[in-house]
Ligand binder design. Sequence first.
Ligand code: B12
Ligand code: SF4
Length: 490
Amino acid sequence: MRFVMISLCDRGNLGARQLVARGKALGHEMFLINFGEYEHETYQFSEEAEGPERCASFCELEELLPKLKPDVIGISYRSRMAKMAFEVSCSARTATGHRVPIIAGGIGATSAAIVGPWRAWDWANYICLGEGDDVIKWLLEPSDEKFCPVPLIERKREHMPHRGSSVVGPLLQNLDDAPFPDYTAETTWTIVRGKVIHPDGRLDNDRGAYPLLTSRGCPRACTYCHNSTVHELYRGQKYCRQRSVEDVMTEIFNARERWDLKLLSIYDDLFIANPEWVFEFARELPNVWPNARFWCMTHPIYIRADVIRALVDVGLEEVCLGVQSGSDRILKLYRRGTTREQILEACDILATFPLTVKIDVISANPMEAQEDILDTMRLLQKMPMRRAEAKGTWHPGLSRLTIFPGSKIADQVTQAQCDALHNERQDFVDGLYRAAFIPRWNSLDLVNALSRWEDFLRFRDSRDWPADQGPLSDEHWMPLTTWLDEGAPR
Ligand code: B12
Ligand code: SF4
């Protein structure tokens, strides 16, 4: 079989790369096309903006696909790329004379297979919900009948588990059975802004950071997170799984043989949730990488001094701490499983280490009242970064609430309600959250400043400012930074 996997605006795409590797291990001809990239610095998606470059990318895709002669095409995407998935499927059908079946997979397909304006149900022959490891095998090796381009759900009724009208991929129980993600240059093409890069054996960034996953799943199911969807999908099953330390070390060793690695980006949802595993990881890492550097994501209830110490000793440089809100009411609503007190305790532990700490906060939530927003600022102002004895560098990781179809929070609030908050008032709130991390404003009472939007407006309107160059520019933030520099006058 010849399988072409198309990944949308994500050159990293560890899931898609694992499936490509799996197909190859089964003896099939597997190809990966990265249609577009995600720009880590600006958080932009290369093929999102309309224009001639985007059209050229689609032309390149239509030229490349027939040359690869696929028997099946897979499209792997996240929710944000749902419309693009539809567009790419149209291109793929045109390019292959409508003869090649298409399977939709990945987090986007899982979230919105049968709901939403760009649901996969309308354009894909098959939809894989959840994990694709076994689904790929079934696709490539239909056991009892010849492969044919009719919906998988009909063709495989006898031996496929079902949910609604789509296939739920069984959970891979032993993660050591998954091959390492495939980065073979010869079988990988990247199409970005109308240009084709081939052969392409690059990682998803140019900083020498290797993306590593040591586990799948998360013990928590926060309402805004994709895990709330997946927990539902696999209710009653063992969803949190971890690879053996030995398997992880082999992957790191191989990666170091191939690339000049500078850093490991450990993308597990909750890398530190299992302390015994972490201690073993910390014991073994120096054997494959004596002066490793790495970062990982964390949740306040799993922060323990002994765990962080073990990791810092072998190269942990940065943690991303999911705080999300400083309001106990909102934390409950998100089902975060933490309180303000626990967050502060975790921060106090982190402040004893020379780490870079990124504090993730969600803003622009329509369910927040002014008091919840003030509570978040109160929490930020209590964080150790404002104390002289705190070690490390602290900075904000601010995201506006996004509603993914299928997540628990989607029952309570819509994306349109969130979008309605994306105005200059929200810029003011976000700007002040960020200000809490800037030492020169340490002496300011930012909770008070946050309550004085009208004062800020009067200040802003009383002066001339340089032309606004957009939210990534200094000019955009100049009125707010000047207001703060001048002590937030009334
Ligand atoms: C790593 C990661 C990143 C990295 C990506 C870099 C990289 N090298 O991969 C970075 C930090 C850059 C990133 C950025 C973003 N991310 Co992110 N990220 C993740 C994370 C933590 C892991 C993804 C992963 O590798 N999973 C492991 C693999 C094995 O699983 P998988 O990809 O789901 O693949 C399996 C199945 O989906 C399926 N499958 C996948 N593709 C296909 C295709 C076919 C044909 C088939 C049959 C099956 C199939 O089979 C695979 C194996 O079982 C997830 C959380 C998570 N646990 O998944 C969030 C997650 C994917 N990210 C998310 C988001 C929102 C983003 C951003 C939009 C954030 C932002 N505002 O900028 C950007 C978008 C980036 C982009 N290019 O689209 C959301 C997506 C939600 C959604 N519904 O779309 C997630 C789920 C986090 C969350 N809490 O909800 N992210
Ligand atoms: S702890 Fe993080 S990864 Fe886990 S469910 Fe909550 S937000 Fe998602």
